[in-house]
Design a protein around this ligand. Structure first.
Ligand code: ATP
Length: 365
């Protein structure tokens, strides 16, 4: 009998609803064709628009429903015009990471043939690596609580043994999984600044301890500044990179840039009990309501959700459907006939979704 998975859906603000609605319809089509699983979407209110009308950015009822769901799908939240009284932006997507302890931020960096990368890949080297960003502590520890005086401001960077151990195990398990899937050689690089900060020497020390639990996976270390250079010079040489929250925040945007922009970059935030999947982009207020948003990042994030559910619950059909999404996006990019404006083309959201749907049907046939 088919197992039903409840998916908490945050449509959010700006282009959020524009990219998530067609993505849910693609997921529906896949689930309808499956005997192993079905999906039930639960629409949950949150975000800047919700705050503007109700005074609440992330209602307790939405948190509770998301906690009980099998997975969380989020489009984008926040609007530059809607802010808390202290001037900061509404960011329930970050609050959810803290609330559910989603410590492992997974940001795949993959440049498929036809992807509008600013790199010159003359040698045809395939770029496909995974950045794992710790997402609950590091320099985000005092988020919203930093001390600001007249002449001085302070934020605290916090690294804990407990979270670091879980983070590194996640990275090593991921390297194994990627190797099994033929995506990597089974290698993890710890990205830090251990030469200057004692907290990062501590981080690196824990990494080395966990590495001993995975003798089949090779490992090394690199400083964050060097990695930034190498991400541009030789991004094909990486497999799994694991790092602190703020370093990961910056490197993941660099990764999105290599992939051709935010409209193409998916992500997952994974904890022990919950996981949230969302595109790397924000709400793109400059293009909202015009049907121009690139839905690829959202669609790929939904694919990552199917893969995570399939791996967690041992349902191979979910993983096959995740691969179907991935394959369909790959073939649309490779053919190059449909390109949204951020990719240098003239097509809109609907055109891209239609192309992905057609390719998905072709892959399934
Ligand atoms: P946030 O701070 O919420 O992460 P941001 O400041 O990084 O947001 P975005 O909202 O992601 O900004 O938009 C940055 C630029 O990228 C904008 O010009 C926007 O139009 C463009 N952009 C973002 N997402 C998409 C998309 N899916 N399709 C096309 N363009 C996009």
């Amino acid at each position: 009998m088919a197992r039903t998975f409840e998916i908490a859906v945050f449509q959010g603000d700006g282009i959020g609803p524009e990219v998530i609605a067609p993505t849910l319809s693609l997921l529906d089509e896949l689930a309808e064709g499956s005997r192993a699983y079905s999906l039930r979407f639960i629409d949950l209110p949150a975000g800047a628009g919700h705050y503007a009308t109700t005074g609440e950015a992330l209602p307790a009822a939405s948190i509770a429903a998301a906690r009980d769901a099998d997975a969380i799908l989020l489009a984008a939240m926040g609007l530059p015009t809607v802010r808390y009284p202290d001037g900061t932006e509404i960011t329930p997507q970050i609050d959810l990471r803290m609330e559910f302890g989603l410590y492992a931020g997974l940001r795949p960096v993959q440049i498929r043939p036809g992807q509008p990368t600013p790199l010159r890949l003359d040698g045809g080297q395939p770029v496909d690596f995974a950045l794992v960003r710790e997402s609950t502590e590091g320099l985000f520890f005092t988020l919203g609580k930093g001390e600001v005086g007249a002449d001085e401001a302070r934020e605290t960077l916090r690294i804990t043994r407990r979270t670091s151990e879980k983070l590194f195990r996640f990275a090593f398990e991921l390297a194994r999984k990627r190797r099994e899937e033929g995506k990597g050689r089974g290698h993890v690089t710890c990205v830090d600044k251990a030469n200057v900060f004692r907290a990062f020497a501590f981080f690196r020390g824990i990494f080395d301890e966990i590495a001993r639990e995975y003798p089949d996976v090779t490992h090394d270390h690199a400083y964050v500044d060097a990695i930034s250079l190498w991400m541009v010079e030789r991004p094909w040489s990486f497999d799994v990179l694991v790092t602190e929250n703020m370093f990961g925040d910056i490197l993941s945007d660099l990764g999105a840039g290599l992939m051709g922009g935010l409209g193409l970059a998916p992500s997952a935030d994974i904890g022990d009990a919950n996981a949230l999947f969302q595109p790397c982009h924000g709400t793109a207020p400059d293009i909202v309501g015009r049907g121009l948003a690139n839905p690829i990042a959202m669609v790929l994030s939904a694919g990552m959700m199917l893969d995570w559910l399939g791996t967690r619950h041992g349902i191979s059909e979910l993983r096959e459907d995740a691969a179907r999404i991935d394959g369909a996006v790959g073939s649309v990019l490779g053919e190059g006939n449909v390109r949204t404006r951020d990719m240098g083309g003239t097509h809109g959201t609907e055109d891209m979704i239609t192309a992905i749907r057609t390719a998905m049907q072709r892959v399934s046939a």
